[in-house]
Design a protein around this ligand. Structure first.
Ligand code: MV4
Length: 500
């Protein structure tokens, strides 16, 4: 067991701030790294010390493991928190950190490696009674055999890349006649994207829901789960809305999924914070897909419904402390919803819209959490993910959290860039979302650019009429005074400055 006195956060933006805030609460010194594009970033200002590690492109800065470890040596850092993305799931980096005598605030390099390969993950969990989609347990080598298996499973089937993730290298095969063509595509995509052409087959679960379980494991073999997050509202494998708990799980299914997730973690001797991803079919059967060996973007919804600070737990675990939270201590309280606010234009196929945040005013109030890394006047760099903020609301139940989200979206004022706020309002107001009757097809099924409400709403129109009447009245009362009644009601700055 050791005590961490100084943490370097090998990340940027909202997650770097998120990690440093908890470190500071724990009395731990913080070191930021930054690229030349992030000199004035909030995570740099927040940290006790900050070091530039290179030019704007990630490959020359945030991905420079060697340079980052060198900074740790120079500044007397004990531990590195990788956040998400960048080096967070790089087993070699985790190994180099360990070899440099530093703590990696995350799982072992071995766990990262096993879960980084879908086939290795399937092999690892084989003895743990984890529900899996029917399919091939190893890479396809013989096409004739693969076609026989596919016929037996029943079309449609999926060909997936073992090294894949986020839907990359995934191909649906509708029938035996399509098999060879889709197989060729899947293999060449897997080679070009991952340098590994291994693919396998799974039955295609149509219109699934994405439900994932948060786990925490310590270095003494204790593993607990912190219930589920539902992330079915996605667009091209990019999550848009996440919530906890899921609107569809019964206590029995929740318990079974939690047990399965703990089994997956146990199968790879997991420690740290991790997420076990499942798909759930229309009959509420669930199947293990993969494990993410990092702190996830959507972790705040779990923090809000459990009251657990996941970063604090990650730090204790890295220090070698045993978990003090017992499974039976945990319970779900209330409901949390998160939306990701991106600098993207929903009216233009979600094209990234980088620029300067001319207006940037966060929503506030009871039950509202904003995790972001920007302030008014800052530019959103083109080099990185265009996420501006995560907006999270919390209420007694799902309906309350959704209503609070709509209120918070309406309060958010952003100008200078197009954002996904209006798109998220559309989701929050949609009957399918509100009733819980949705799956991973939600966005493609219901969203087209023209559903975005950019016109003034009924209330605003009514206010305009009242105002016009008032002006006319005033004019009538004082005929001597010149009074022009221009456009019914001058559009308020408050309205124009936020995205419709
Ligand atoms: C599937 C599936 C249906 N059947 N596997 C997409 C990303 C990767 N994590 C796994 N994915 C899927 N795997 C079988 N056997 C459907 C998807 C899928 C999906 C999964 C979760 C969230 C959104 C999705 C969107 C499209 C497809």
């Amino acid at each position: 067991m050791m005590t961490i006195n100084k943490i370097l956060v090998a990340n940027r933006g909202e997650i770097a701030l998120r990690v440093m805030r908890t470190a500071r609460e724990m009395g731990i010194k913080t070191v930021a790294i930054f690229s030349e594009a992030d000199r004035n970033a909030l995570h740099v200002r927040y940290a006790d010390e900050a070091v530039c590690v290179g030019p704007a492109p990630s490959s020359e800065s945030y991905l420079r493991g060697d340079a980052i470890i060198e900074v740790c040596r120079r500044l007397g850092v004990d531990a590195i928190h990788p956040g998400y993305g960048f080096l967070s799931e790089n087993a070699n980096f985790a190994r180099q950190v360990r070899e440099a005598g530093l703590l990696f605030i995350g799982p072992s390099p071995e766990s990262i490696e096993v879960m980084g390969s879908k086939l290795a993950a399937k092999a690892a969990v084989a003895d743990y009674d984890i529900p899996m989609v029917p399919g091939t347990p190893s890479a396809i080598t013989d096409r004739a055999e693969a076609k026989l298996i596919s016929a037996k499973i029943g079309y449609p089937i999926l060909i997936k890349a073992s090294a894949g993730g986020g839907g990359k290298g995934m191909r649906v095969v509708e029938s035996d006649a399509d098999f060879d063509e889709q197989m060729d595509r899947a293999v060449s995509e897997a080679i070009s994207s991952f340098g590994d052409g291994s693919v396998f087959i799974e039955k295609y679960v149509t219109s699934p829901r994405h439900v994932e379980i948060q786990v925490l494991g310590d270095q003494h073999g204790n593993i607990i789960h912190l219930f589920e997050r539902e992330c079915s509202v996605q667009r091209r494998h990019q999550k848009v809305v996440e919530e906890a708990p899921s609107a569809i799980l019964t206590p029995e299914i929740r318990e079974a999924m939690g047990q399965a997730a703990v089994g997956v973690a146990r199968a790879c001797n997991y420690y740290g914070a991790g997420t076990v991803e499942f798909i759930v079919d229309a009959n509420l059967n669930f199947y293990f897909l993969e494990m993410n060996t990092r702190l996830q973007v959507e972790h705040p919804v779990t923090e809000l419904i459990t009251g657990v600070d996941l970063v604090e737990q990650m730090i204790y675990i890295a220090e070698g402390k045993p978990l003090t939270i017992k499974q039976e201590d945990l319970q779900i309280k209330g409901h949390a919803v998160e939306i990701r606010v991106y600098a993207e234009d929903p009216a233009n196929n979600f094209l990234p819209d980088v620029g300067t945040l001319d207006t940037y005013v966060r929503p506030q109030g009871n039950g509202v959490r904003v995790d972001d890394g920007f302030e008014q006047g800052m530019a959103i760099p083109i080099y990185y993910d265009p996420m501006i903020a995560k907006l999270i609301t919390y209420g007694d139940d799902r309906a309350a959290a959704i209503q609070k989200m709509i209120r918070a979206i309406d309060e958010y004022q952003i100008s200078g860039v197009q954002t996904t706020l209006g798109f998220c309002r559309f989701v929050m107001n949609h009957d399918a979302f509100r009733s819980g009757q949705f799956d991973t097809g939600f966005v493609s099924k219901y969203f087209t650019a023209d559903v975005l409400d950019t016109k003034p709403d009924a209330e605003e129109t009514e206010l305009a009429a009242v105002f016009a009447a008032y002006l006319l009245d005033k004019q009538a009362a004082k005929p001597s005074q010149t009074q022009t009644v221009g456009p019914a009601r001058p559009k308020s700055q408050w309205r124009t400055k936020r995205l419709g």
